[in-house]
Every structure is written in structure tokens, then in C-alpha cells.
Design a protein around this ligand. Structure first.
Ligand code: TRP
Length: 383
């Protein structure tokens, strides 16, 4: 059996460079590796609605943004199936059956859901604080629906960021439980995390742990060169590095974390002039050399920020160019999503049929009804 990928994103905003290094770049590489039998990339609009129920327009508008980001980053509709979650109604049916295999207590332990409940202020108000809106049931249960997303496509491999680890673990538990109760039907997926630790969770430009739209600390894939430069200029570095001559710190220094995630060996040749200054000049051939000089002192933040801007724009420029082209052809993008959703639906329908069969709730399938009628008629005949 070949390997199958399923992954996706909630359409709540444009994708940023944290999405890119955390998962999107990898997906494109995996897509082009030829090692996967099928690749499904899902725009998780139904999941986005679990905490945006009152704002469907936001979700609706961001579907195209995410699709444009996907295609401009290099996902190719000839190689990957791009689709919209809500169009696959089979997913909700699978969720309904999986709901029975998960306890409320188990969901309460999911650390990502816990953190999100905190962040969104869905507190249950046990601490006597202000009454809050409470936790929407759909939101609380979204890890179960995520298990449906993954298993519907018999995915073996789920490339995602670190924050999705608890979801994949929960999916694995549901698969094991389902298979042990109803017989082997579902495939247990494996998570695929970024190898580079800088990519696991790229911090925001302000140095906060997470890049997030609500914190206003993102660099978007679609940002212009000027926007990227301005954001890099304002970036958090080392608060102790006051004078250029002071020794600088690398750990927790956002500029270096971004360089770890984006810098490639050829950049040192391409952007040599970034390290030529009026007072001092350097020649670097690797990031390790830049880091060593920064730690020793004498290398200023302006130089390293300038270098980072060039490095980022080198990666983002081709993505921007492709986006501009695609923005002129929105019907083409929707056509891709429509065709992808049709393909995805056919696959999910086959899994749902396997699931119903395993659960013996396929009463009207070929042969099953006759058997049921026979068994039950005999039962009543005996009375
Ligand atoms: N939870 C993911 C996110 O917040 C989106 C998502 C929904 C997903 N279903 C998925 C990711 C299935 C991987 C597999 O970005």
C-alpha cells in the first residue's frame, strides 16, 4: 500500500511564514518527491467555523486567500488534491460515529484545545471571573472531526506543525479503538514534524512564542518587499545588545531563529554586500560564522536584519509573483477547488461505506438486507 498524505489549514487569514516553514514548504517537497500515492490538502472551513460561528463571511473570504497561498507556494493541482472540508459531508458522518469512542475527559486533556480555550476566552468560569460565553460544543469536539478528516482519506502521513501533535495522537487513539471494536478498517496515521527546530514553531516578529494574526506579529507570504523590510527592521533581537561592539546573544533572538529557518548556503554569496559597512566589514560563508561574530561582538543588528530581509525576500519573491498571476484568474482557482472537492468526496465516501459495514449499519447494502430479513423472519417464525 502506498503512502497517503492529508493535511490542511483553517481559513481564518492569509498564510504566514510560520505556516510556510512549519508545513507548507515540506508539503511542496513531499508533493514533488513522487513518494506518495496520493496527497490531499484541505481548507478546513468547517473547523474554522467551530470558533467563528458568528462570522461565516470571514471564513468564506479566506478560502480563496488560503487557496492562493497554497498554489503560489508551489502546491500543484495536477499532483495534489486541493479541497474544501465543508463540501465533504461524509466527514460529518464519520465524526458522528467517532464521537462515541471518545470521552469528554479525554478531550479535556488535549493540550492544544486547552490552550485555545484559554486564548479565546471560552473559560467555563469556575474561578468566579466574569461570565464568559462558554465553550462551543463543536469547538470542544474538533479533535474528533479532525480524526475524521485524516481517516476518511486513509492517510498514513500528516505533515503539520508542532501544535497539531495532540490532534494526531488523538486520531491514532480513535483508529485503534475503532479497529479493536469493529475490526480493522481505519489506517493509523503518523505525524511528520519539521526537522529543523527553528521551523517547529517560528516565533512572531516581536519574539513572542507564536506567530499569530491576533498578535499582529506575522510576516505573510503575500507581504510586499517593503512590508517585509519594515517588519524585519522592527523585529525583536537581543535586548542586551546595546552597542554594536557588545557581545550578542543568539538564543531567543528572533533574527537568528528566522535565519535558521530560511537561510541557505548560496545566500552568503548572493548577499555578500550586506556585511560591508562604513565602519567594519565581514566576509561570511556560513550562518555559524555570522553567529560566532555576533556573539563575539562587533556585528550590528542593522547588518543582520538587512541580510535577513534579503534572505526572506529571496524566498518570498517567486511566491508573490505567482500569487499576482493567480489573482488575475480567480475562476481557475475555484475550478481547482471544485474538482478537488469532487475527487475528495469520492474517496471519503468509500471510507464511510467501509466504516458503516464494519459497524454493521449498512442495512440496505447488497445482500445485507436479504440476510437481515432472513434472520429476523426466522426468529419470529420460531415464536
Ligand atoms: N487543525 C488544523 C489547523 O488548525 C487544520 C486541520 C483540520 C488539519 N483538519 C486537519 C490539519 C487534518 C491536519 C489534518 O491548522
Amino acid at each position: 500500500m502506498g503512502k497517503i498524505i492529508l493535511t490542511g489549514d483553517r481559513p481564518t487569514g492569509r498564510l504566514h511564514i510560520g505556516h510556510y516553514v512549519g508545513s507548507l514548504r515540506r508539503r511542496v517537497e513531499l508533493q514533488n518527491s513522487g513518494q506518495f500515492e496520493k496527497i490531499f490538502i484541505m481548507i478546513a472551513d468547517a473547523q474554522a467555523l467551530t470558533d467563528n460561528a458568528d462570522n461565516p463571511e470571514k471564513v468564506r473570504q479566506n478560502i480563496i486567500e488560503v487557496a492562493l497561498d497554497y498554489l503560489s507556494a508551489g502546491l500543484d493541482p495536477e499532483k495534489s488534491v486541493l479541497f474544501i472540508q465543508s463540501q465533504i459531508s461524509e466527514l460529518t458522518e464519520l465524526t458522528f460515529f467517532y464521537n462515541n469512542l471518545v470521552t469528554v475527559q479525554r478531550l479535556q486533556r488535549n493540550p492544544t484545545v486547552k490552550a485555545e480555550i484559554q486564548m479565546r476566552g471560552f473559560s467555563d468560569n469556575t474561578d468566579g471571573s466574569e461570565p464568559k460565553a462558554g465553550i462551543p460544543v463543536g469547538f470542544f469536539c474538533y479533535p474528533i472531526s479532525q480524526a475524521a478528516d485524516i481517516t476518511a482519506f486513509k492517510a498514513t502521513t500528516v505533515p503539520v506543525g508542532e501544535d497539531q501533535e495532540p490532534m494526531i495522537e488523538q486520531t491514532r487513539e480513535i483508529v485503534r479503538k475503532f479497529n479493536s471494536v469493529y475490526g480493522t478498517t481505519l489506517v493509523e496515521p503518523e505525524i511528520m514534524l519539521p526537522e529543523n527546530s527553528a521551523c517547529l514553531r517560528l516565533p512572531g516578529t516581536d519574539g513572542k512564542a507564536k506567530m499569530s494574526k491576533s498578535l499582529g506579529n506575522c510576516i505573510y507570504l503575500s507581504d510586499s518587499e517593503e512590508e517585509v523590510n519594515a517588519k524585519v527592521r522592527g523585529m525583536f533581537t537581543d535586548p542586551l545588545h546595546l552597542q554594536v561592539s557588545d557581545p550578542g546573544h543568539i538564543e531567543g533572538n528572533t533574527v537568528f531563529t528566522y535565519l535558521d529557518a530560511f537561510c541557505r548556503p548560496e545566500h552568503f554569496g548572493m548577499f555578500r554586500e550586506c556585511f560591508v559597512g562604513r565602519k567594519s566589514s565581514f566576509t561570511f560563508n556560513s550562518l555559524d560564522e555570522v553567529k560566532a561574530q555576533y556573539q563575539a561582538g562587533g556585528l550590528g543588528d542593522v547588518m543582520i536584519k538587512n541580510f535577513l530581509s534579503r534572505v526572506l525576500n529571496d524566498t518570498l519573491e517567486p511566491i508573490r509573483q505567482r500569487r499576482h498571476e493567480l489573482e488575475k484568474n480567480i475562476p481557475y482557482v475555484y475550478d481547482i477547488l471544485r474538482r478537488g472537492s469532487e475527487q475528495a468526496r469520492a474517496v471519503a465516501a468509500r471510507t464511510l461505506s467501509d466504516v458503516k459495514k464494519a459497524m454493521k449499519i449498512n442495512y440496505f447494502d447488497e445482500g445485507v438486507l436479504n440476510q437481515l430479513i432472513k434472520e429476523q423472519s426466522e426468529k419470529y417464525q420460531d415464536k
